[in-house]
Design a protein around this ligand. Structure first.
Ligand code: SAH
Length: 346
């Protein structure tokens, strides 16, 4: 029986160099192949045109490149592009390209399905099947960068980890992917243009601060009152707001970087003055800003976007307290590509 071939992109550059030396070749060959695998994002060994045919065959005999495959691509009337991405084991995740006048943002997934159970999110209804590998995260970015160049004539400018999954529950692989995305041997993007969004895993937020990461942090808050937050995000019971607050204070003390709070306002859930006052108080713990996200309904109608009056009250109160607030209109709703709608529907 043939032995199982190894995923070549699980090797570090040093391991790849060592492999070639063991084969009686030059270590430098490892650098060349590494460049093909990452910077040039080769899909097959045959793409590696400056490598001899025999060497390519030898690689083929020993390794696989588990490159993702964009299965279907949908384009929204507003220009948003959604990719359904097939992984080497047949599972599917989604990623989204969001164009604006000045930037193109890639919204990428970190897990197949999600381990959390936010009641308003379509992805939460999918079981978490597995974590994505670093190369599977990297490939999503490369695919969107290519689409950005093709459709909008410019490279990708920003990345948000706001697709499927909870990035901090797959921290090691997310960090490895970001290392490749920011490295000169990968895409050479600035970490300042990358935002990792989390529902708030206090221990990992502290670890990120200790690791001195250079990307931005967004927290999906949605309520600053424990009882309310636990009803809509049940895992808040395990990681209550006080623990989150403490982790965010630790993050700010170490990184000196502002936090963004993602916030949806729903009628009858978090639209009272008490909810607003609690948010204002929470925002004062560490320098932060609030992104109010429009609610994207997911079938059952249990949650409804709050009235304009409630929204305006939020905005006015935050501004009065000198807290920066942006209102984010949803993009790509017609193709189920907006926040919380990623559920492998087509
Ligand atoms: N698990 C991470 C990454 C997912 S990001 C996190 O929670 O941050 C997806 C963002 O969209 C989160 O801010 C999430 O709270 C929000 N979201 C989920 N469902 C939504 C919906 N139906 N409408 C609008 N925003 C939603």
């Amino acid at each position: 029986m043939a032995t199982k071939k190894k995923d070549i992109r699980a090797l570090t550059k040093t391991q790849l160099r060592d492999f070639f030396v063991k084969q009686g070749d030059k270590a430098f060959r490892g650098n060349q192949v590494y460049e093909w695998l990452w910077q040039k994002a080769a899909h097959t060994f045959d793409d590696m045109t400056n490598i001899s045919k025999e060497t390519r065959q030898m690689l083929e005999d020993n390794f696989v490149i588990n490159h993702i495959k964009v299965d279907t691509m949908q384009r929204s009337a507003d220009g948003t592009v959604k990719n359904a991405v097939r992984l080497h084991d047949g599972l599917i995740v989604e990623s989204v390209l969001i164009p604006t006048a000045t930037r193109t943002t890639a919204c990428v997934s970190s897990q197949v399905g999600c381990s959390l159970d936010c009641r308003f999110c379509a992805t939460a209804r999918l079981k978490r099947m597995r974590n994505l590998n670093p190369d599977e995260i990297y490939d999503q970015v490369v695919a969107i960068d290519n689409e950005s160049r093709l459709y909008f004539d410019r490279p990708l400018s920003n990345i948000v980890f706001m697709g499927m999954g909870e990035p901090l529950m797959n921290y090691n692989n997310v960090i490895k992917a970001i290392d490749k995305i920011t490295s000169e041997e990968g895409l050479g993007m600035s970490p300042k243009r990358i935002t990792v969004s989390t529902s708030g895993v206090p221990k990992i937020i502290k670890k990120m601060a200790d690791d001195d990461v250079k990307f931005n942090l967004a927290v999906s808050l949605h309520s600053a009152i424990d009882e309310v937050r636990t009803t809509i995000m049940p895992f808040n019971e395990t990681f209550p707001l006080n623990d989150l607050r403490e982790a965010l204070e630790y993050w700010y003390a170490k990184t000196k970087r502002k936090i963004s709070y993602e916030y949806v306002v729903w009628g009858g859930i978090n639209d009272t003055q008490k909810d607003i006052d609690a948010l204002v108080k929470f925002c004062k713990y560490v320098p932060s800003k609030v992104n109010i996200i429009e609610y994207n309904p997911i079938d059952d109608g249990e949650f409804q976007q709050a009235s304009n009056e409630a929204l305006e009250n939020y905005i006015a109160t935050l501004e009065k307290n000198r807290i920066v607030v942006n209102v984010r209109r949803s993009r790509g709703k017609d193709i189920d590509a907006a926040c919380g709608q990623l559920a492998n529907k087509s």
